[in-house]
Ligand binder design. Sequence first.
Ligand SMILES: [Fe+2]
Length: 332
Amino acid sequence: MTNELSSKVLLVEDEPVTNRAICQSFEKYNYTYVSVANLNEALDKVKTEHFDIIFSDIVLPDGSGLELLDTVHDYLLNVPFVIITASENDQLVQTALNRGATDFLSKPFNLQNIPTIIKRNIERKRIEHERQNPRNVKALLKAIKALISALEAKDSYTSGHSLRVAHYAKLMGNEMNLSEDEIYCLNLSAILHDIGKIGLPDHILKKSSSLLESEYHTAKEHPLIGSKIVGNIDELFEVAAIIRHHHERFDGRGYPDGLKGEAIPLLARVLAIVDAYEAIVSRRNYGTELTPQKAFTELEKNAGSQFDPMLVKIFVGLGEHPEFFNIKDELI
Ligand SMILES: [Fe+2]
């Protein structure tokens, strides 16, 4: 979890004097920040870099800060969002808060308040995160198992695949020294990552030859469908985000949102690798599957373009792990 002092801030403010004053304040308190002056640049930044908090003016030269807020919300990025606004505009503040803004800064404002705002927003996110721990909801697991068996009935390949993906994900989590909560979340995401396939027509799901362009387009909906199914449960917000982004590519050419590099949630970057590995070693079309060694080489070939290169390195190293080939079929 992010420590408030190592936080990276995005500032979106077109008014030069205000922009400069806020930047000086970030500098004074040693925050790392990126500053832009319009909506399009801001949209580009949230797709290519990771931020721990965003400060955005509402009225921008090429659009509204609310559009940025909606985009961050749609991508399930869970970044605290502080709007900067003229003090007299209560209605606008209310609208922004209803749409997911977490705080506001009214002009004219006292720059000394900035560290407090950053601190309280990041702390609130931490508390919320703890409260929404999926482990707190035991009954949930039953619902998840029911979902998985529903998918299994429709497509037996996916359920076996998901269990094997979960096995590799767990080893990755341990190797990366993730917290127990993160490993739990990664495990659930691995098991559920393709749950959205439940929404795909049978002729696409079961097709063994390659998909037509239009069928491929439909199949690409599964991360969105999956994240919507799972996202209805508050405690699974983070799992929903990982499911949504498990087909993003490190170079930004993936789907559904084209997020790039560290803008892709870390656990989604891990899942992309273990998912691809499992698919390569157990391809549906008999005879096209690769040996583990060749699969590792395939991942290495795509490190930096499709996958996070640092994570590929860790995963390939796991090939030596005594448990790597010891897959148990326990669920959660
Ligand atoms: Fe998938």
